[in-house]
Design a binder for this molecule. Structure first.
Ligand SMILES: *Cc1c(COP(=O)(O)O)cnc(C)c1O
Length: 398
């Protein structure tokens, strides 16, 4: 083995020793309530396809029609080879959906966070993040060069303390302060106190960006998100979401004012220096955005909420006013979480073990996600299989 491969091999050995080694599992079926891998079928509680749209006939048909009309590849960045119609149709639909003047789509949510935050902030600015925000936001904050401060998860006092400090600092220079949080936290499933955060950012004159990746399509009227449900949507400068979760397709988006979107087209490097996504992805996302605003979408949300209620009741987990579809069973120990996931797989149930660096060390967990496509019997089967897991009784934290 040459020294390059030897070095990497040593690093991999270290990951294995800490129970942090990860590997890809080849799946031979579409996303759905049942997925196939290793020649077996598993009941799937791992997907963010919350409404079961990833394999929905309407999205598939829209995607196939886009291939027929626009081909497969976009050719270049949208600023270089022309911006293909399906992206514009999707952005108009997103702006109408989120009730904003404009929207811009990116190839992924990760690219949306990276491009937007680095465009808005530079060295003279300050960015304030909730401790549990997604890696895409943390990476963007670091890359922006802005001064980075973290407030304790959902802790308004800590946020205010940092906003005060930032205000004192920024009176001396021309600098901006951006607060970023999620509306539903991806690994914990709980909501941010958005009304209170909006009040604080207004009080201190900061900007606010809210990542609604896990609330879009799920919460609020027609699935507009938590900020809509709480009536603060209009006070959020930068609204982010993804198209690959409840919307069932792929991509990321920013909704906001016309100047914001025009500015991002000029300055968001992950948008400018990247080939546009396949037109078929935009067409599928448009069909997804349309579907979640119909009666069918409403029925799917109602079914999802019913399944969440059933599982939470069986697990004696606390209920919340705005319920997400993410239910973590926090086991703590990395090895314990991996063993629990393995035990479930032996019973043909797939629940991912989430470990560092996705969550903090020592807070490893089974992250259960429910979808509208699950049945009452699927939930019972899961609850039955969870019972023998060590830590099951004390594990549910949220
Ligand atoms: C998934 C996710 C992203 C990234 O979106 P992708 O489209 O998967 O790149 C960003 N933020 C949060 C909170 C997410 O859960």
């Amino acid at each position: 083995m040459n020294s390059f491969n030897y070095e990497l091999d040593q690093r991999l050995v270290a990951l294995r020793e800490q129970n942090l080694f990860r590997e890809l599992r080849r799946v031979d079926s579409p996303q759905g309530v049942r997925i196939e891998f290793g020649g077996k079928s598993f009941l799937n509680f791992s997907s963010n396809d919350y409404l079961g749209l990833a394999n929905h006939p309407a999205l598939k048909e829209a995607s196939i029609n886009a291939v027929k009309g626009f081909g497969v590849g976009a050719g270049a960045s949208r600023l270089i080879s022309g911006s293909i119609a399906p992206f514009h149709q999707l952005e108009e639909a997103l702006a109408a959906f989120k009730k904003t003047d404009a929207a811009l789509t990116f190839s992924t949510g990760y690219a949306a966070a990276l491009g937007t935050i680095t465009a808005l902030l530079g060295r003279d600015d300050i960015i304030i993040l909730d401790k549990l925000v997604h890696a895409s936001i943390v990476d963007a904050a670091k890359l922006s060069g802005a001064k980075l401060r973290i407030f304790d998860h959902n802790d308004l006092n800590d946020l205010e303390r940092i906003l005060k400090w930032a205000n004192e600092k920024s009176t001396t220079r021309q600098s901006h302060v951006l607060v970023v949080t999620e509306s539903i936290f991806s690994m914990d499933g709980e909501c941010a106190p958005l009304r209170e955060i909006v009040a604080l950012k207004e009080k201190y004159g900061a900007w606010l960006m809210v990542d609604e990746a896990h609330a879009t399509g799920i919460l609020g009227w027609n699935g507009r998100g938590l900020s809509d449900e709480l009536g603060v949507s209009q006070q959020i400068e930068v609204k982010m979401g993804t198209l690959g979760k409840a919307i069932g397709a792929s991509g990321g988006f920013i909704c906001g004012s016309r100047p914001l979107v025009d500015y991002l087209v000029n300055r968001a490097r992950s948008f400018i220096f990247s080939t546009a996504p396949a037109p078929a992805a935009a067409a599928a996302a448009l069909a997804g955005i349309q579907l979640i605003q119909t009666n069918e979408g409403e029925n799917l949300r109602a079914r999802l909420q019913q399944r969440v209620a059933e599982l939470k009741s069986a697990l004696h987990a606390p209920r919340s006013a705005n319920e997400s579809a993410i239910i973590p069973l926090i086991l703590g120990d990395e090895a314990g979480a991996v063993a629990a996931a393995t035990k479930l797989r032996e019973q043909n149930i797939f629940v991912p073990a989430i470990r560092y660096p996705t969550v903090a060390r020592g807070s490893a967990r089974l992250r259960i996600t429910l979808t509208a496509a699950h049945t009452v019997d699927d939930i019972s089967e899961l609850v039955w299989a969870l019972k023998p897991i060590p830590g099951y009784k004390s594990g549910i934290a949220k």
